[in-house]
Design a protein around this ligand. Structure first.
Ligand SMILES: NC(=O)c1ccc[n+]([C@@H]2O[C@H](COP(=O)([O-])OP(=O)(O)OC[C@H]3O[C@@H](n4cnc5c(N)ncnc54)[C@H](O)[C@@H]3O)[C@@H](O)[C@H]2O)c1
Length: 496
């Protein structure tokens, strides 16, 4: 089998315009795949310099060994079609380590065509470390390194307004760009005496001529296909050691920074012209809410309902004659009705989520979703339950049944077929549920869980027994599950 490098495979050459902090699976299967599509389908014509995120050089060395070429294997269903594609990504020009090549790292700021900084340094990466110094080679934190790079650019181009960076973090943090910008400003304050009198001008240049955009990324990327790698390499004809697997679905919502218009940002980053699901918008907040409500919300309630009905895998739950109807009810009839985006957009997203749940390549165990289910219900389903009641004047029965299923799941014990039920949550929550179930009184169980404002629901939601009718309905469903079993109870609710 051939090695993969630029002697054995064609590699496009394009100006280096993107600095990418992080060499991980997600960035390679998402951002670099997006850039590849933009280069192929528009005049974006840009290549990426990868800056290694941590001192661990393992992936950087693999990239260098393959002249930064690798394949993305997308698998799943998209618009009804089953996808299993392999795409060679050739947009990374080089990969370097700021830990061992600090001068080369800083010199990236001197390249006039550089325009974008993209990162995914995990949720831990966007952090302020007060120990970092401007003179460090490099500063330990990602925002510290970025501030070093920005200052070098400011100096090299004398604060030219057109040499600012467009910064688009991909870390899974709500309003990631806002946090990153705040932390960079904190470093500018911390290092103010070390900027040779440039403090004011540098601060103004960063805040006016650089554009820090919050973004929301959405694609499941399992990473290196350990199980299928031999087969994939044979299919490719290359000994690619950096294949990365991801689902077919992708969505990148980019919130314009406050100092740039949507039109200007679209011109700079014309992903829409490549037919990609990249949305440049005024606010990522409604999209964040949409994802949490329509993807994570149904996940949290379908899991105990499916598991207690004897169904273990998300795809099987979707295709089950009763559980499938339950998922539809919760997602389309209940949660979707509580959001504030155009209904056609919501329906398309909901249908895409169902296709993702139905992925023929991934056996997603419902038990793997049930870690810390109560806090999840609080953030993902409770806001919808309350808004639904406000808007429709009645409780959403599917969501309330999901809560009753969750409470039943935390009773533990064995399923009808003998499978152990193993709840896993904060010890105090587990102890409360054990104590409540020990009373043998379902009304007390319902009241006790709904009253747990300090432990589960928080100040914002308070005692849920105050929600009209909720205690009665949860108790009714707990009784029904005990008497008839989960599946029969769901059937009655979806067929009512
Ligand atoms: N894999 C997915 O399905 C997926 C989907 C959406 C978002 N994400 C998010 O992306 C992140 C990375 O996921 P991945 O699958 O690429 O993992 P990965 O292990 O392949 O990559 C981790 C990356 O983070 C960098 N990094 C880690 N700690 C850092 C730090 N303190 N400072 C700077 N860089 C640091 C590493 O250098 C590496 O580039 C995760 O935090 C995850 O929440 C993942």
């Amino acid at each position: 089998m051939k090695a993969l490098n630029k002697l054995t495979a064609p590699k496009a050459v394009a100006p280096e315009r993107i600095i990418q902090f992080g060499e991980g699976n997600f960035l390679r299967a998402f951002v670099d795949w997006i850039i590849k599509n933009m280069n192929d389908k528009t005049d974006f014509n840009s290549s990426v310099v990868v800056v290694q995120g941590t001192p661990d050089a393992f992936v950087t060395q693999l990239l260098q060994g393959q002249d930064c070429l690798y394949h993305v294997n997308l698998q799943g269903r998209l618009d009804g079609e089953v996808i299993n594609s392999l795409t060679r990504i050739d947009v990374i020009s080089r990969a370097l380590s700021p830990f061992t090549q600090f001068d080369a790292f800083l010199a990236l700021a001197d390249q006039p065509e550089m325009r974008f900084v993209i990162s995914n340094t995990t949720e831990a990466g966007i952090a302020f470390d007060p120990e970092c110094k401007l003179a460090d080679r490099p500063a330990a934190s990602y925002p510290g390194k970025l501030t070093q790079l920005l200052y070098r650019r400011f100096k090299t181009f004398n604060g030219a307004a057109d040499k600012g960076f467009i910064i688009m973090p991909c870390e899974l943090i709500f309003e990631n760009g806002h946090h990153l910008k705040d932390i960079i400003n904190k470093y500018i304050e911390l290092w103010k005496d070390q900027f040779d009198g440039d403090y004011e001008a540098f601060k103004a240049w960063f805040n006016e001529s650089c554009y820090v955009c919050a973004t929301l990324v959405d694609r499941i990327v399992p990473g290196f296909p350990r199980k299928d790698i031999k087969q994939i390499q044979e299919k490719l004809g290359y000994a690619d050691n950096l294949v990365v697997q991801g689902e077919a679905f992708h969505l990148w919502v980019i919130e314009r920074a406050s100092n740039i218009s949507i039109e200007d940002l679209r011109k700079e980053f014309p992903a829409d012209k490549a037919g990609l699901q990249v949305l440049i918008t005024d606010s990522e907040a409604p999209y964040h809410e949409r994802k949490v409500t329509l993807l994570n919300g149904p996940h949290t309630v379908l899991s105990p309902v499916a598991f207690l009905s004897g169904v273990n895998i998300v795809r099987d739950a979707c295709n089950h004659p009763v559980i499938g109807k339950y998922i539809n009810k919760v997602q389309f009839d209940e949660l979707m009705q509580t959001l504030n985006l155009p209904m056609d957009e919501l329906k398309k997203f909901g249908a895409d989520v169902l296709e993702r749940f139905n992925n023929p390549y991934v056996d997603h165990q419902v038990t793997s979703i049930m870690l810390n289910s109560f806090p999840k219900f609080q953030t993902r389903d409770l806001p919808g339950l309350k808004t639904y009641l406000e808007r429709k004047g009645e409780l959403p029965k599917g969501l309330v049944l999901g809560l009753a299923a969750l409470i039943t799941y935390y009773k533990g014990g064995k399923r009808e077929d003998g499978t152990e039920i193993v709840p896993n949550d904060d010890k105090k929550i587990m102890d409360l549920l054990t104590e409540l179930w020990a009373t043998g009184d379902t009304r007390k169980v319902a009241e006790g869980v709904l009253a747990a404002k300090d432990l589960i629901w928080g100040e914002e939601h308070g005692d849920l027994n105050q929600i009209p009718g909720l205690t009665d309905l949860v108790t009714e469903y707990l009784n029904a599950i005990q008497a008839k079993g989960m599946l029969e109870t769901v059937k009655e609710v979806v067929e009512a």
